[in-house]
Design a protein. Structure first.
Length: 390
C-alpha cells in the first residue's frame, strides 16, 4: 500500500472524529487511513457508553470541549453538512449532589463553571427539595444543576454518522490492527506494522486506540498511563414518576438518569482495579450491593426498582490525572495522542477531532488551545486534575 499522510489507529468515535475534521478541512488535502480491527464496534467504549454531555466539569478546557460538542450535535455536524441526522439529542440537566464533605468541591466547581459562562446553579437542601420534590435531601449539603447545555444522545449513531460521512469524503477504513510503531533514526514515526503483516508508511500517526492506547504507545517507547477500568450500567424500571429526570450524581458515586420509560444507573465500584481490556463480564452484585441502596435512599420510589438489563464497558482511564492526553508527544512529534478520556470522551470527540485536525493542517490549535492536555505534563509530573469524574 502507498504511504498515507495520516494514519489513525482506532476507528471509534475519537478516531472517526479526527478523520471527519481532516476530511472537511479545506487546507488539508492529504490522505487519511483509519485502521480499525472491529467494524462492529461491539466492545468499543463508543458503543458501551451512557452517551451524556455536561458542562459541569472542574477543568475549563473540558467545559470548552463540551460546549463545542453540544454545538456540533445540535447543528447536525458541520453547519449545512447534514452529516448527523439521527443522534437524537435530549436536553436534560445533570444534578450533582454533595454531602457536607463534598460541599467545598461542589462550590468550587460551580464557581469555575460560572466563570466559564455556564449557568450552573447551587441549591441549599431546602431549595433543592423544592426544585426536585421526588428527591430525598436528608444528609445533603447542596446540589448543583444547569439551566441549559446538558443532556444525552445516541452515541452509537454519532459514531455511525461520522464513519459514513468520512467514507463519503474519501477516508479509507482498513480492517486490521496496528501491532507496532516503527521509528526512524530521527525519532519520528516512519511506519506502522499491522497485525495482518503489512508495513504502512505514514507522515502522522494518531493513537486513538482507547484502552489499548498504552500498549500501542509503548511500542514507540512512550509511557501513557491509560488503563481499562470496568464500569457496569444497569437498566431498570420503577413505578417512580420523575418528569424530566436529570442525570443525578449521588455523593455515594451512584448515578442515574431517565431513558424513555426506563432508567439507567451505574455505581463507581468500591475497588476499581485495572482490568483486562477483554473482560466484559457484568458484575451483577454491584446493583444489589452498591446501586440499589443508594437509589432507594435518594428516591424512595426506587425501592421497587426492577433490573431489566445490564452491560459492562471500559473507561480508558488516565490514572495520572483523569484527563485526556491530546496532541503530540515531545519525544516523537508526529505521534499524536487522543486517549485517556476517563469517561468523557464521547461528548469531547468533536472538539478533540477538530483540534487534532488543526494541529496536522496548521501546526497549531486554532479553536481551543489544547496544549495543557499534552503528554508532556505527565513527564513533568504536573497533573491537570479533573475533579468531576463520574
Ligand atoms: C459505561 C460507560 C459510560 C460512559 N459514559 C459516557 C458519557 O456519558 N459521556 C461521555 O462523553 N463519555 C462516556 N463514556 C466514555 C466514552 O464512551 C469514551 O471516552 C469514548 O467512547 C472513547 O472513544 P474512543 O474512540 O477513544 O475509544 P473506543 O470507542 O474504545 O475506540 C477505540 C477503538 O480502537 C480500536 N483499537 C484498539 N487497539 C487498536 C490498535 N492497536 N490498532 C487499531 N485500532 C485499535 C478498538 O477496536 C476500538 O474500536 C462512557 C464509557 C463507558 C464505558
Amino acid at each position: 500500500m502507498s504511504p498515507v499522510d495520516v494514519l489513525i489507529a482506532g476507528g471509534g468515535v475519537v478516531g472517526s472524529a479526527v478523520a471527519y475534521f481532516l476530511s472537511t478541512e479545506p487546507s488539508f488535502g492529504g490522505t487519511v487511513l483509519v485502521v480499525e480491527p472491529d467494524p462492529s464496534y461491539r466492545f468499543a467504549a463508543s458503543s458501551r457508553s451512557a452517551s451524556s454531555i455536561r458542562q459541569q466539569f472542574s477543568t475549563p478546557l473540558n467545559i470548552a470541549l463540551s460546549r463545542f460538542g453540544l454545538e456540533f450535535l445540535r447543528a447536525g455536524g458541520l453547519p449545512g453538512s447534514g452529516d448527523l441526522t439521527d443522534v437524537e439529542f435530549h436536553a436534560a440537566t445533570y444534578l450533582y449532589l454533595a454531602s457536607p464533605a463534598g460541599l467545598e468541591i461542589l462550590t468550587h466547581n460551580v464557581a469555575v463553571q460560572r466563570a466559564c459562562a455556564v449557568d450552573a446553579r447551587l441549591y441549599a437542601p431546602d431549595a433543592l427539595a423544592a426544585r426536585y420534590p421526588w428527591l430525598e435531601v436528608r444528609g445533603l449539603a447542596a446540589g448543583a444543576d444547569t439551566g441549559t447545555g446538558e443532556g444525552w444522545f445516541d452515541g452509537f449513531a454519532l459514531l455511525g454518522a461520522l464513519r459514513r460521512a468520512n467514507q463519503r469524503r474519501g477516508v479509507r477504513y482498513l480492517r486490521d490492527r496496528v501491532a507496532a510503531i516503527e521509528l526512524g533514526e530521527d525519532q519520528r514515526v516512519e511506519a506502522v506494522r499491522l497485525a495482518g503483516g503489512e508495513t504502512l508508511r505514514c507522515a502522522w500517526l494518531v493513537n486513538a486506540a482507547g484502552t489499548r492506547a498504552r500498549t500501542l504507545a509503548a511500542s514507540a517507547g512512550i509511557d501513557v498511563p491509560v488503563f481499562a477500568r470496568k464500569r457496569n450500567v444497569f437498566v431498570f424500571t420503577s413505578p417512580a414518576q420523575i418528569p424530566d429526570c436529570p442525570l443525578v450524581i449521588d455523593p455515594s458515586g451512584v448515578w442515574f438518569r431517565g431513558d424513555g420509560s426506563r432508567f439507567l444507573c451505574g455505581p463507581v465500584p468500591t475497588s476499581d482495579p485495572d482490568v483486562d481490556p477483554d473482560d466484559f463480564e457484568v458484575d451483577h452484585a454491584q446493583f444489589e450491593d452498591l446501586a440499589w441502596p443508594a437509589l432507594a435512599h435518594r428516591v424512595p420510589a426506587f425501592e421497587q426498582a426492577r433490573v431489566t438489563g445490564a452491560w459492562a464497558g471500559h473507561y480508558d482511564y488516565n490514572s495520572f490525572d483523569q484527563n485526556a492526553f491530546i496532541g503530540p508527544c515531545e519525544a516523537v512529534p508526529n505521534l499524536l495522542l487522543a486517549c485517556g478520556f476517563s469517561g468523557h470522551g464521547l461528548q469531547h470527540s468533536p472538539g478533540v477531532g477538530r483540534a487534532i485536525a488543526e494541529w496536522i493542517a496548521f501546526g497549531e490549535y486554532r479553536s481551543i488551545d489544547l496544549g495543557p492536555f499534552a503528554h508532556a505534563r505527565y513527564a513533568r509530573a504536573e497533573p491537570l486534575r479533573e475533579l468531576n469524574v463520574i
